[in-house]
Write a protein that binds this ligand. Structure first.
Ligand code: MN
Length: 253
């Protein structure tokens, strides 16, 4: 029997407790490669470093890391670093939720998405609250979901799942809901400060609260004490609007 290969990345950096917990939880499934960013790269979305070379290092914790973005890590791994493509790409466990519109900014989701774009099944895991409370329970939940995917024979065809796990000691026993993304309100206002040298500085404000958080959304599921599992796609086309725009802008004006 051929051993399964798993590539694990994250966006919080190679020293993040969520990464260590996720790697630990996947032990026994097969060969695991870890390639994570050197720095916390949360909120970097799908950015690739195209204007400078990347270096690969071996961390004292045994994980390899790249001085780049989450997408860099998976991209480099899949385009030359790994001797053969993995069967599964995992990302996380992120320090904080990635729900609704967060998914567009998330480096955690982006790392998984990079695998998906290369045709590999991929799952992004996040804990709903920041601070790593009960991260081992979240990792056990991740393992249980991966086990379910394997048992279901779902590997071999690409999919992209976004999983958000409540910070609870019994996370692995919580009910699970397959959800759609909710929506957030617009972000809080930018925070202005003065630097010691009199310059005005701007901090991006915190994300807005959930706006569309009704039944069936990721926000609703996690707020009800459930693990949220959202299947994602990458096509941003507004298919419903194609006809309207085509009639407004005919090919031959
Ligand atoms: Mn993060």
């Amino acid at each position: 029997m051929v051993r399964m290969r798993i590539l694990i990345a994250n966006d919080d950096g190679y020293l993040a407790p969520g990464l260590a917990a996720l790697v630990q939880a996947m032990q026994g499934l097969g060969h695991i490669d870890v390639i994570a960013p050197e720095q916390n790269s949360s909120g970097t979305s799908n950015a690739l470093s195209l204007h400078r070379p990347l270096s690969l290092y071996q961390g004292i914790n045994g994980f390899r890391y790249v001085n780049g973005t989450p997408s860099d890590c998976v991209h480099v791994a899949l385009t030359g670093l790994l001797p053969e493509p993995p069967d599964l790409v995992l990302s996380g466990i992120n320090n904080g939720a990635n729900m609704g519109d967060d998914t567009l900014y998330s480096g955690t989701v982006a790392a998984a998405m990079e695998g998906f774009l290369f045709g590999i099944p991929a799952i992004a895991f996040s804990q709903v609250e920041k601070g790593w409370v009960n991260v081992d329970a979240a990792a056990a939940t991740a393992r249980s979901i991966v086990d379910r995917v394997i048992a279901g024979g779902l590997l071999g065809r690409p999919f992209l799942l976004n999983v958000n796990i409540p910070n609870r000691a019994d996370a692995a026993d919580l009910p699970r809901s397959v959800t759609r993304l909710g929506r957030r309100h617009a972000s809080e206002p930018v925070v202005r400060q003065q630097s010691p040298r009199g310059e005005t500085l701007y901090w991006i404000g915190p994300a807005g609260d959930a706006r569309e958080a009704g039944h069936g959304t990721d926000f609703h599921a996690t707020a009800s004490g459930r693990v949220s599992i959202t299947p994602l796609q990458v096509d941003l086309t507004d298919h419903a609007a194609l006809g309207q725009w085509a009639s407004l802008m005919p090919e031959r004006p």
